[in-house]
Design a protein around this ligand. Structure first.
Ligand SMILES: [Zn+2]
Length: 412
């Protein structure tokens, strides 16, 4: 068997292993969910709410099985039947500039994947979320969001792809290093300004209005030297009833956002305890460690790409005899699936560790935060019908935050 056929076999195998292990983990998680309500769980849900949380989990599980199955079948068809190579050949007939072919090829994949994801997003929002009382979005807002997301991915993704392909074409040997500098600069920009630039395209951010909450927040922020001007209330309630808060940015360009749903449903003390958790992410420099780790990952990926991308068998594995940057890159990422799974596990474990640290920061810096954060997290879980008994493997793969009962136990 030729090298390209071995590569094709490897790609198909990885897609199948990724799919079946994902299905298995989902199944284990679904099975483990069905447990009698524990005394700890009873602090969050009454029996009716608990039953509802399980029904919500089951609805999401069934839908995820279906969408995973469909997307895997489509990907396998595209790989085995040579749809990617066909698209490449069509573009090659019409365009002569290699860089332009790469940009249009990736652009078409972005458009197709966004459009084909719309039905799943629609069902998830207007059927599942609606049924469980979470959805506040309108159809108009939903389609506006989808259109904006598509335009942003094209506007950000295509120039980046052009630059990377150009670097590869001009400097094959130093590709990995120069492309890494480019990605590091880009991710630095996104870590600093990403939320600042893109969030206002979807949500309105406004300063906290005068009142009891603002006074309490002012007092706390003063003890922390955190400028109140960086704190915003966000109109999350136009899409969902779920509550949350976030920290984003670096150095002087930082934002803490509190969802209006959070402010509405938590007491003043609970809200400040959550805010203190977000300040903890800032003070413990979690953004910097995440940034450093993401750059190490990019370096690993790009050095492997620099080493392997010149091999014409990568494009050939996807059915094209004319080697191209985009087909080789696509084949590379399909073969890279096991490594990205491992990187995802490390990322999530890192992130869960940071959540405990931020909780600890809240306890250390806000009086009685142990009690207030405890009750805030219980409300958060109740209002989003969280799964009380996720499977540990599912947690390792999918959870960026610790499971709620572990987090509450840690606060005790
Ligand atoms: Zn957090």
């Amino acid at each position: 068997m030729s090298t390209s056929n071995w590569l094709l076999l490897g790609i198909v195998l990885f897609v199948l292993v990724d799919f079946s292990s994902g299905m298995l983990i989902d199944y284990l998680n679904e099975r483990r969910k069905e447990q009698p309500l524990s005394p700890e769980g009873a602090q969050i849900f009454n029996p009716a709410e608990y039953a509802k949380s399980m029904a919500y989990g089951a609805a999401k599980y069934r839908f995820e099985m279906l969408t995973n199955l469909i997307s895997t079948v489509v990907i396998l068809c595209a790989i085995i039947l040579g749809w990617f190579a066909w698209l490449d050949a069509q573009l090659r007939d019409r365009l002569s500039n290699n860089l332009l072919i790469t940009v249009v090829f990736i652009g078409i994949l972005i458009v197709i994947s966004t459009i084909t994801n719309i039905p799943a997003g629609y069902y998830s929002t207007f059927v599942i979320e609606e049924k469980f009382g979470f959805n506040k979005s309108t159809k108009k807002l939903f389609f506006q969001d989808a259109a904006k997301q598509l335009l942003i991915s094209l506007a950000v993704g295509l120039p980046l792809i052009y630059a990377v392909a150009w670097i590869y074409q001009e400097l094959q040997n130093q590709f990995w290093f120069v492309a890494w500098i480019l990605f590091a600069a880009f991710s630095l920009f996104m870590f600093i300004f990403g939320t600042r630039i893109f969030l206002p395209m979807f949500n309105k951010l406004k300063p906290l209005p005068e009142g009891e909450l603002r006074t309490a927040v002012e007092d706390y922020c003063q003890t922390q030297g955190f400028p109140l001007s960086k704190l915003y209330e966000m109109d999350a309630s136009k899409r969902s009833t779920k509550l949350n808060a976030f920290f984003s940015g670096m150095g002087k360009v930082k934002i803490i956002g509190l969802y209006d749903t959070l402010i509405e449903k938590l007491t003043v003390e609970e809200t400040v305890a959550v805010l203190a958790h977000e300040v903890g992410h800032y003070k413990r420099k979690h953004v910097y460690t995440m940034f450093a780790f993401s750059n190490v990952q990019t370096l690993v990926i790009l050095s492997l790409m620099g080493w392997l991308l010149g091999n014409p068998n990568l494009s050939k594995a996807l059915g094209s005899d004319t080697p191209s940057f985009h087909l080789s890159m696509l084949a590379f990422f399909l073969l890279f699936t096991p490594v990205s799974t491992v990187l995802g596990l490390i990322n999530n474990s890192f992130s869960r560790h940071n959540e405990y640290q931020a909780d600890q920061y809240s306890i250390d810096t806000y009086p009685n935060a142990r009690v207030h954060l405890h009750s805030a997290l219980k409300k958060l879980s109740r209002e989003s019908l969280s799964n009380l008994n996720p499977h540990p493997v599912y947690v390792a793969v999918h959870y960026s935050h610790p499971p709620i009962l572990d987090r509450l136990a840690n606060l005790k």
